[in-house]
Structure formats: structure tokens, C-alpha cells
Design a protein around this ligand. Structure first.
Ligand code: HT7
Ligand code: ZN
Length: 885
């Protein structure tokens, strides 16, 4: 397979002014007629005399140029393209192609999902519908006629409906026109027997927009939360970014078979059912929050992605990083800002940091790719969002808004680059962002090594910060980054005022106790004056940069930060560092003795956690997060060599010790919760529920009969899926015989109750795949054969295989390598059926270099086995070959 390089970018030879599609859907095949108005691109270096269009899995029926049917010799075509010779300055091209949506298992292009037809065109799916200049810098005005049997009453495409009618023989048609020029990746079409809910939104300038959410009729009762979220997002984008919606109608369609979460097609967003359907009985709190976040994300793309789009796919973070930043700020405004920050940082530090340290590491603007689908990554999305967050913080609220206004104004209707984005921010704010741009071109997680010195006589405090960044595949030696470090200094009575040598006090915080240091050199020293006692530094407040911070905090320092820091994020971070210290001590013991008998926690640490549990001033969600120890995935990311058993058993030992030491507090919290209260998906209700369920999880480690019975009661009588799943998860994972007995009955009961709700069945699969007790792989294998499992449905694959391989380290990494062989079997099977899903599933095997020698060999052998497969897709080939390089 060919590698595509950013440095080879060239403007297209031709532009497409208008695209007229006629999509004629029949049982078993679809005929696509496509009329293109083409014109030579005045910006091209040379006047082209031939035109190459992309196409895949198409049967060419006919081809005509300005009304003349083309014959052999006028054109040539291969597996992936069609070239037409002797093309004039401007011309009209009509292609007729035949496709087979019913047998399209890749879920790219036009495909069938259950009872409906739908499309997924990003990144390069449009070429599976018709021959086209399938690249984001070719923007065209689309008119689409959809024709289908009347058993598919709903026919949708982008833009506004301009005509509909009868097409004879029990068939009908609809014509949609999208007045906004767009690249092909934003094209969408749906035909199905769908029900919908409708609402309306009045924009700030007073235009009425019709809002519709289409679903299979059985799901009509699960759309209200998505609709409310959409209206909140529309209002927020007007208020915070001044962005109004621009068409008369905005539609969302929920589809059960979908490779990702959702897709921002102009005016016709297509969603994975898991990101749109929600009701308390079937959906957990996390599910509700995901719906709100994804609905907002796709809506925000209307400006950050659609009105202003990407020049090429190397610029993906231009729209994705910016839009993740926008949706994250939206969620922060809808709920709790600190909680949202903790959630985002947790995700970034486990999954993105691991990606940045592995064989697929790439800058947020990659330099090359074999298959672009492999670059919809944590790096492009989440680290991309962190880069925008740093820009927003460096510029300040007002200048950032001026910058985004300028960006949208200057580039409306264009396909642009990340460079254009940063230039707009620099122009609007007057700031020099040239060094900052290195965040776009250098991969890897920078590391900050911080040392300090307090001079009691001079009353000065010096912080020396060194930055470094490990080598990554694209670059061995990194230039220093421009890193904003938000910080404060804590004295025994709390925050101290900051007098930074050589600069004015920062009165953005009213009491001058917070500031942002800008690190630009490999090493810099910052000196604070008038410091009357040796302080504890509070560094990287709010996680102001996506870096690893290394400062030798003592347990006492961390306890002070956890209880006294004015920054909520830093308080949580201190709780995590304390947890890590305790787990590290247990790991050291385990590695020596291979046993944790007699392990205990210091009274100092237990008291600190107890104070958190008893602190009525804290948000309950924050208490829940502070009492949740760092995950095995995060501990693994921090390790040089991952010791699977030591991490698992040590973390468990610390949890058990906390459970025993704090049992009274956990019992108080659990018992004071009123399980009869009606469900609400508000931030407060979610917070209280999550703390109560954290308490339950701890109590279940004690193995006392009372807690196990309470857990079973919660499973049986819970009036919402959050509580039911929390209880079921605890029963399934408990070693106590009584809990095991309950768990078997509960799993059977759960399936009996919910077997007709596909998304609930997915949760049932995940809870079993995530079981940390022995023999889970056999259970997963058995579930693959279960009637409820569907090996073609990405949500089912993720819920079972994904949950086992990514969320169950102790079983997946079992020393005999059976987990690795199992995953390789699945990937080999999926490689042809759905390459995008196959390639994503590979992730845990790509980390093989971080494990002990025996596991390394076992994992590598499976990667080699996959590599030896004939007809490896580009997707799988790229990941496997880079992992083995
Ligand atoms: N922009 C969307 C990307 C997407 C996608 C990419 C590859 C294969 C399938 C896909 N489905 C959706 C999603 C988003 O970030 O908004
Ligand atoms: Zn997106």
C-alpha cells in the first residue's frame, strides 16, 4: 500500500461546481447517476487535460461527457480510480454506476442497517457511491434525488426538501437541495421506515428552524434527551461563539450499525443509536452524558468543520480538535466544570498518552498515512482539543473569541489548514504563536521535571522547570514547546500571593494567587519574591498543558494540596498521586513476595481520604472521583514495564484496605441515599448517585452479607439503569460465594428483561466481558455464539471483544497468551468484513513492547500471524506493520 505525505499536497486539477445525484434504490442493488459540472482549477500549476476520479467497489454502467457516450480509449479505470482523457476546460460528466448496499459490510458509502439504507462518507466513503473527486478541498453544490419503494416512506438527504412525489410501481421520490457548497465527505442519504419527533428552534436573528430526530418506531420514546441537548447546543453556540444555524431544517437519524459515534453531514447528522437514544430505564448516567456531548459535538461541526472545512485529511484536527474543545466547554457549562475537566484529563492521560508512547504515535497534524481512517485518534481529537485549550488560555477569553470570529469570517466556505486557524488567532490577538505551532508538528508527551529552592533569608522561592520530549517515529530530537503552566503556591494557611520576579502581579485572580508561567526554553527558572514560608507548589492547575509533570511531592505535600488547594482539579490530582504512592508501595511488596498478605495503609493516608468523604463543601461527584483510585490503564501507562499481576492485585489491595478502614463512612453514604427518588439526569443527581455507587463498590469488597444483600436489592429494585448496572457489575465481580450466586440469577434475569433492547444487551455483554474473575475468556467465547450477539454490528463487537481486550487486563493478558490469540482470531475474521473496526480492535496488541519478555513474544507472534494473512486491508496492514517495525 502507498503512503500519502502532507508535503506532496497539490491543489486539485478540476473543481466541481455542482453535483446532481440520482440514487435509485432497489432490493439488492442501487443505481447511481451522477452529473458533475466540472471546471479546470485556475489555481492549478498546469492546465490539466485529463481527469482522475476516485471510485471503489463500483460497477460502471455508462459514462458520458457533454452528452457524448464515452468509449474504450476515452477513459481507463482500475480498482480505485477512473481516468478520462482529453478533458476540456469546462464540461459536464455523467456517470452511471451500480452498487450493492446490502452486501456492503464495511459500513462506508451506502449500506443497509437493519430496515434502512444510510450512508457514511467521511473520510473516503463517497467514492463507494460514485466516481468523484473525493477530497475535502473540492466543494460542490449538491442536489440529490432519492427514489425507493414506498416501504421506505422516509427519504432524506442534505439541505432543504424541494420536491417529492410518486415514481410509479409503488415507488416514490424526494429531491433535496443543499445551498451550501460542501465536500463529498459531508454528503448523506437515508431511506427507511422511520418515526420521528419534531421540535423547533428560533435562532438569535429570529429564523425558525425545524428539528427532527428519526429513529426506528420502537425507539421513539428515547429521543427527548437528544432533542433537549440539541436545543441547548444551538443556543450555546450562539451565545459563546456567535454561530447561528443556517438551514431551515436540522435532522438527526439514529442507525444501529455504525463504525463511530456519529457524523456531522450537513443538515442531516447520522448517529450511532448508542449516541442518541436515552431513557432512564435503559441508559446509564454516562450514556445520558454521552448523548448530550455527541449531539452537541456534531451540531458544532456545522461551523467548525462544515462551513469552514479541512483542505486535506492531514488537517483533521482543525475540525476535530477544535470541535472536541467546543463540546467539552459546552458540557462544562451544562454541568460541573471541574468534573468535566477530571473526566477529560483521565481519558487523555490513559489513552492518548499511551498512543503517544506507542508505535502509532503521530503529531496532531500527521505528516503521512497509509489509511486515513486510522488517524481518527485520541491524538487528533483529544490532544487536538488540549492544544486549542492552551491557545484559548494563552489568549484569554476576549482575544480567543476575536480570533475565532476572524477565523470563521475569513474562511467561511473554504477548505483550510491548521496554520490558517493559528494565523487567525495570532492576527486577532497580536500574539506571536510561532513557537506554539510546534504542538502541531511534534508528537510525544512532553515531560516537565521541576525542582525548587526556598531561600529563607531572601524570602525567595525558585522553581526550575526542564522540559523534554521522548523520541517518536516521525522525530527523534524535539525542539522546546511553548507550555503554559498554571500554578499557585500553598502556605500552611492556604494560597499565597504571587510576586514573580520581573513581572507585574496578575490581578486576573482578585487576590493574585494564581498565574500562568510560560515555559518556552528547554530549562527556565522562575523566582517568586516576598515568600514568607516554604511553600508547596500547586503546578499545572486545571491541567493547563498535556504534559507529564514530575515533582517530588511528599505525602504531606499531597495531603495539603488535596485538602487546601483553591483549584478543584489540583485537589483531585493530589488524591490520584496519593493513590499512586500507595499502589506503588503495594506493588513493591508484591514484586518481592508475590503476595500482599499483611498489606496496610498508613493512618495518615486513611485520615486524608476520610476528610474528603466528610467534606460537605465538596461536589459529590468530585468526592466520588477523589475516592476512585487511578485505573489499571493509567498505572500501566506510567510504568516502564507493565507488570499486569502486580498492578491488578496491588490496586485491589489498596481498595480493600480503604474499604475496611472507611466502612462506616461508606455505609453512612450508602444508607442515606433514597433509592425511591425519581430519576433525573441533572449534574447534582448524577453526582449523588455516583458517590453512592462508589460507596457500594467499596462495601462489596468487604464481603459482608449485609452489603451483598443490599447490592442484590439495588439490582432488583433499581428504578434506573445506572443503579441496576452498578449493582450488577459489583455482583459479577465479587468473589464472595453469595454474590456469585446472585450474579448468575441477575444476569439471567437481566437478559430476560432486556433482550429486545439492543443497547441494553450491549451493556449485558460488556459487564460479563469485563469480569475480573478467572475464566472470563471462556465466557466471552460462549457469548460470541449467543443468539443476542451479532458479529457484523460494531456496537456488539465493541461491547464484547472490545470490553474484554481493553478493559480486562488481568484476563486479556493472561500469561498463557490465549487472550492475544483470541483477539488475533477476531481481527483476522473482521479484516475483510469491516477493516475500520478490525484495525481499531488491534490497539491493545500494538503496545507489546511495554510488557515483560514472555508476553512480548506472545503478542508479537500474534501480530506476525495477522501480518501473514493474505489480502490484508490497508487499515490493518498499516497498524500491524508500524507495530512490528
Ligand atoms: N467526523 C466524524 C468522523 C466519522 C468517521 C470517520 C471514519 C469512519 C467512520 C466515521 N464516522 C464518523 C465524527 C466526528 O468526529 O464528529
Ligand atoms: Zn467530530
Amino acid at each position: 500500500p502507498k503512503t500519502i505525505y502532507l508535503k506532496d499536497y497539490q491543489v486539485p486539477d478540476y473543481l466541481i461546481d455542482t453535483t446532481d445525484l440520482n440514487v435509485d434504490i432497489h432490493d439488492g442493488y442501487t443505481l447511481v447517476s451522477c452529473m458533475l459540472a466540472l471546471r479546470r482549477n485556475p489555481a492549478a500549476k498546469q492546465a490539466a487535460t485529463e481527469l482522475t476520479l476516485q471510485g471503489a467497489d463500483l460497477e460502471l454502467v455508462s459514462l458520458s461527457l457533454d452528452g457524448r457516450l464515452l468509449e474504450e480509449g476515452d477513459y481507463t479505470f482500475g480498482e480505485e480510480s477512473l481516468t478520462i482523457f482529453n478533458t476540456p476546460e469546462t464540461f459536464t460528466l455523467i456517470t452511471i454506476t451500480k452498487i450493492k448496499p446490502e452486501s456492503n459490510t464495511s459500513l462506508e458509502g451506502l449500506y443497509r442497517s437493519r430496515t434502512m439504507y444510510c450512508t457514511q462518507c467521511e473520510a473516503e466513503g463517497f467514492r463507494k457511491i460514485t466516481y468523484y473527486l473525493d477530497r475535502p478541498d473540492v466543494m460542490s453544490e449538491f442536489t440529490t434525488k432519492v427514489i425507493a419503494d414506498k416501504k421506505y416512506p422516509v427519504l432524506l438527504s442534505n439541505g432543504n426538501l424541494i420536491e417529492q412525489g410518486d415514481a410509479g410501481e409503488e415507488r416514490h421520490y424526494a429531491i433535496w437541495h443543499d445551498p451550501f457548497k460542501k465536500p463529498a465527505y459531508l454528503f448523506a442519504l437515508v431511506a427507511g421506515d422511520l418515526a420521528h419527533i419534531e421540535d423547533s428552534f428560533s435562532t438569535s436573528s429570529g429564523r425558525a428552524v425545524t428539528l427532527r430526530i428519526f429513529v426506528e418506531p420502537k425507539d421513539l420514546d428515547k429521543c427527548d434527551h437528544a432533542m433537549a441537548s440539541l436545543k441547548h447546543a444551538m443556543r450555546w453556540d450562539e451565545e459563546v461563539y456567535g454561530r447561528e444555524y443556517d438551514l431551515d431544517i436540522f435532522m438527526i437519524v439514529a442507525v444501529d450499525d455504525f463504525n463511530m459515534g456519529a457524523m456531522e453531514n450537513k443538515g442531516l447528522n447520522i448517529f450511532n443509536t448508542s449516541c442518541v437514544l436515552a431513557k432512564p430505564e435503559t441508559t446509564t448516567d454516562v450514556g445520558f452524558q454521552r448523548v448530550e456531548g455527541v449531539v452537541a459535538h456534531e451540531y458544532f461541526h456545522n461551523w467548525s468543520g462544515n462551513r469552514v472545512t479541512c483542505r486535506d485529511w492531514f488537517q483533521l484536527s482543525l475540525k476535530e480538535g477544535f470541535t472536541v474543545y467546543r463540546d467539552s466547554e459546552f458540557s462544562a457549562d451544562m454541568g460541573s466544570r471541574t468534573v468535566k475537566r477530571v473526566e477529560d484529563v483521565t481519558l487523555l492521560r490513559t489513552l492518548q498518552f499511551a498512543e503517544d508512547a506507542g508505535p502509532m504515535a503521530h503529531p496532531i497534524r500527521p505528516e503521512s498515512y497509509i489509511e486515513i481512517s486510522n488517524f481518527y485518534t485520541m491524538t487528533v481529537y483529544e490532544k487536538g482539543a488540549e492544544v486549542i485549550r492552551m491557545l484559548a488560555n494563552l489568549l484569554g477569553k476576549e482575544n480567543f473569541r476575536k480570533g475565532t470570529d476572524l477565523y470563521f469570517d475569513r474562511h467561511d466556505g473554504q477548505a483550510v489548514t491548521t496554520e490558517d486557524f493559528v494565523t487567525a488567532l495570532a492576527d486577532a490577538s497580536g500574539r506571536d504563536l510561532s513557537q506554539f505551532k510546534r504542538w502541531y508538528s511534534q508528537a510525544g508527551t512532553p515531560r516537565l521535571d521541576v525542582t525548587d529552592y526556598y531561600d529563607e533569608d531572601a524570602q525567595t522561592y525558585s522553581l526550575t522547570i526542564k522540559q523534554s520530549c521522548p523520541p517518536t517515529p516521525e522525530c527523534q530530537n524535539k525542539l522546546p514547546f511553548h507550555i503554559p503552566i498554571a500554578m499557585g503556591l500553598l502556605g500552611s494557611a492556604g494560597d499565597l500571593p504571587l510576586y514573580l520576579q520581573g513581572s507585574q502581579p496578575d490581578f486576573e485572580t482578585s487576590d493574585n494567587t494564581h498565574r500562568v508561567l510560560e515555559l518556552t526554553d528547554a530549562e527556565q527558572t522562575f523566582v517568586f519574591e516576598r515568600v514568607q514560608e516554604k511553600p508547596v507548589p500547586s503546578l499545572l492547575r486545571g491541567f493547563s498543558a498535556p504534559v507529564k509533570l514530575n515533582y517530588a511531592y511528599s505525602t504531606r505535600d499531597l495531603i495539603l494540596l488535596m485538602s487546601r488547594d483553591s483549584d478543584g482539579f489540583s485537589r483531585w490530582e493530589a488524591s490520584q498521586q496519593l493513590g499512586l504512592q500507595a499502589i506503588s508501595a503495594a506493588m513493591a511488596a508484591y514484586q518481592q513476595e508475590r503476595s500482599l498478605d499483611g498489606f496496610s495503609l498508613s493512618a495518615q493516608l486513611v485520615d486524608a481520604y476520610r476528610r474528603v468523604l466528610q467534606d460537605a463543601s465538596l461536589d459529590q461527584a468530585m468526592v466520588a472521583y477523589m475516592l476512585t483510585l487511578p485505573s489499571e490503564a493509567y498505572i500501566s501507562e506510567l510504568a516502564d514495564v507493565i507488570d499486569v499481576e502486580a498492578i491488578h492485585y496491588s490496586r485491589q489491595a489498596v481498595r480493600k484496605a480503604l474499604a475496611n478502614a472507611l466502612a462506616d463512612d461508606f455505609t453512612r453514604i450508602y444508607q442515606s441515599y433514597d433509592h425511591r427518588q425519581p430519576y433525573a439526569a441533572t449534574a447534582d443527581a448524577i453526582a449523588t448517585r455516583s458517590l453512592k455507587n462508589v460507596a457500594l463498590a467499596y462495601l462489596m469488597l468487604i464481603h459482608d452479607e449485609g452489603s451483598i444483600r443490599a447490592c442484590e436489592q439495588q439490582y432488583r429494585h433499581g428504578n434506573n439503569m445506572t443503579d441496576v448496572m452498578a449493582a450488577l457489575t459489583q455482583l459479577v465481580n465479587s468473589e464472595a460465594p453469595l454474590a456469585q450466586e446472585y450474579s448468575l440469577a441477575a444476569l439471567a434475569d437481566f437478559f430476560g428483561r432486556w433482550q429486545h433492547e439492543s443497547l441494553v444487551v450491549n451493556q449485558w455483554l460488556s459487564v460479563q466481558a469485563g469480569c475480573q474473575l478467572p475464566d472470563t475468556l471462556s465466557r466471552v467465547r460462549a457469548l460470541l455464539q449467543h443468539s443476542a450477539y451479532d458479529g457484523k454490528n460494531p456496537n456488539k463487537i465493541r461491547s464484547l471483544i472490545g470490553a474484554f481486550c481493553n478493559g480486562n487486563a488481568i484476563n486479556f493478558h493472561s500469561g498463557n497468551g490465549e487472550g492475544y490469540a483470541f483477539l488475533a482470531d477476531q481481527i483476522i475474521q473482521l479484516n475483510r468484513q469491516n477493516p475500520q473496526i478490525a484495525s481499531r480492535l488491534l490497539t491493545p496488541l500494538t503496545k507489546w513492547k511495554k510488557y515483560d519478555h514472555v508476553r512480548q513474544q506472545l503478542m508479537k507472534a500474534q501480530l506476525e500471524r495477522i501480518r501473514a494473512e493474505p489480502e490484508l486491508s490497508k487499515d490493518v496492514f498499516e497498524v500491524v506493520s508500524k507495530s512490528l517495525a
